[in-house]
Design a binder for this molecule. Structure first.
Ligand code: BES
Ligand code: MN
Ligand code: ZN
Length: 497
């Protein structure tokens, strides 16, 4: 990934491309007026002639008229003040235009308090994140030479530190950029094909990341899981020729009990014996995006050197149909001792997460547990592709996650976990079934997980089935919910300090 050099500078140099916002009505800002003056009123003339438009997301290059001035990229910002959504769309349009040009050095004046209804630091974080994230290309060598996307040529990006101290501005930039680099790791793991990214390979990737960023990495293999009595996870893994793994990544930057992140790592979900239909099944390679999020967040936390302790745990399996695969009707005993009737082998995520949750709590004694999983198709029906589902047993934790989701625009929405829903998991043959029927499928999946939370440990569950990847022409992992979780952990670190 092309890592930008992002710096502060009050003014664009003549060699840079200068990005300026243009509003659709009323007055233009000081940058615009200054460039207009240098160009003897050409820019305002072009606006009145309708050649330049302030329509939101419109982008237009304006050539320098002499060597002492920068080239311009005029970006329509529409009506101000911008909502966070529109501000981000404007930044995305600007980044796309920059990447379509050959400018290597850019000065961006879009993070302006007068445009956005958010504070200057957040405005800078969003800008750094969006520009760095726009550098991402999936160029694993398995893609083949001909298919590779050319890397953007941008190498340096400067922002004016409007209304911020140097330290505040640098902190904001680092948050945005390091979050985007974490997202890149998450996206690449998600995008890798399932023949290359099986549980063993995922463990190798996590180990390599841990080594580079100074994290402790522990890997459990099948024999370890057998000793621990993880009958539920092992039942999902038993039909695959690639062996399961549990990966633990430990970051120690502070004192006290860690926050645990647990991510679903099904490297391919065929549904097992309850086989999925064929159409679009390739997208079930993304069923490890919860796991990939854990790796990306742990990387960002390490690079940001947050003064807290965090442990990331990834249960990883491949869910395959086979002669030795688990059957609907099988009853298994989880590590917690609770028995489960597997009514549908396609509800496998919860079967691996439950044992991972038990192990995480007993091994690391975390003060909070947050799991993330592409867990239910029902979540896409409920919330579509814009919003992750959030559930949990602790209002304070849920509200803190919602706050982080608003700050980052990596949005989530809470669903209830009332006792009535839990009754849908009743089984005549075990402590519980692994499905709760068609109704409220996202909630009953969370009710299942809740049964494995011990001593009322504050726990939250993010169902990212609709948000972790994009389908269609731009098919690929999105890197969500890395921004939400990194922001949450930053907020926690600040609250503790
Ligand atoms: N990984 C899927 C959920 C999923 C489906 C995510 C489609 C994104 C897109 C999960 O393992 C699954 O198959 N869930 C079942 C649960 C059902 C059997 C209760 C589902 O959602 O259909
Ligand atoms: Mn499934
Ligand atoms: Zn799945």
């Amino acid at each position: 990934m092309n890592k930008l050099s992002i710096e502060l500078s009050q003014k664009a140099s003549a060699q840079q491309l200068l990005i300026i916002g243009v509003t659709s009505a009323g007055e233009q800002n000081a940058e615009f007026m200054q460039q207009d003056k240098l160009r003897k009123g050409q820019l305002s003339q072009a606006i009145s002639d309708g050649i330049i438009s302030g329509k939101k997301g419109n982008t237009q290059f304006v050539m320098r008229v002499n060597a002492k001035e920068p080239n311009l990229l005029l970006v329509g910002v529409g009506d101000t003040p911008l909502t966070l959504r529109h501000y981000r769309e404007v930044l995305e349009a600007a980044a796309e235009a920059v990447n379509s040009s050959k400018h290597t050095d850019v000065h961006c004046t879009l993070p302006q308090a007068e445009y956005v209804g958010i504070d200057a630091q957040q405005a800078l974080t969003h800008a750094s994140l969006i520009f760095q994230n726009s550098q991402y290309r999936y160029n694993d060598e398995s893609r083949g030479k001909a298919a590779k996307d050319p890397a953007p040529v941008l190498s340096r990006l400067t922002f004016p530190a409007v209304g911020l101290s140097e330290v505040e501005a640098q902190t904001a930039i680092a948050q945005g950029q390091l979050t985007a680099l974490g997202m890149a790791t998450t996206r690449t793991l998600g995008n890798l094909p399932p023949n290359l990214l099986n549980p063993e390979a995922l463990a190798e990737h996590a180990k390599a990341m841990a080594k580079t960023h100074g994290l402790k990495c522990t890997i459990l293999k099948r024999a370890d899981m057998e000793k621990l009595g993880m009958g539920s996870l092992l039942a999902v893994a038993q039909g695959s020729t690639t062996a399961p793994r549990i990966i633990a990544l430990e970051y120690k930057g502070g004192k006290g009990a860690p926050i645990a992140l647990v991510g679903k790592g099904v490297t391919f979900d065929t549904g097992g014996i309850s086989l999925k239909p064929g159409a679009g099944m390739d997208e079930m390679k993304f069923d490890m995006c919860g796991a990939a999020t854990v790796v990306g967040v742990m990387q960002a936390v390490a690079e940001l050197k947050l003064p807290i302790n965090v442990v990331g745990v990834i249960p990883s399996v491949e869910n395959m149909p086979a002669g030795n695969a688990a059957r609907p009707g099988d009853v298994v005993t989880s590590m917690s001792g609770q028995t489960i009737e597997i009514l549908n082998t396609d509800a496998e995520g919860r079967l691996i997460l439950c044992d991972a949750l038990t192990w995480t709590q007993r091994e690391f004694k975390p003060k909070q547990v947050i799991d993330m999983a592409t867990l239910t198709g029902a979540c896409i029906i409920a919330l579509g592709n814009h919003t992750s589902g959030l559930m949990g047993n602790d209002d304070a934790l849920a509200n803190d996650l919602l706050a982080a989701s608003e700050q980052t625009y990596d949005r989530a929405w809470r669903l209830p976990l009332f006792d009535e829903y839990d009754e849908q998991l009743k089984s005549n043959f075990a402590d519980m079934g692994n499905i709760g029927g068609r109704e409220a499928g996202t909630i009953t999946a969370a009710c299942f997980l809740k049964r494995f939370i011990e001593n009322d440990t504050p726990w939250a569950h993010l169902d990212i089935a609709g948000t972790a990847w994009v389908s269609g022409a731009k098919k690929g992992a999105s890197g969500r919910p890395v921004p939400l979780l990194v922001q949450y952990l930053i907020n926690q670190a600040q609250a503790e300090a």
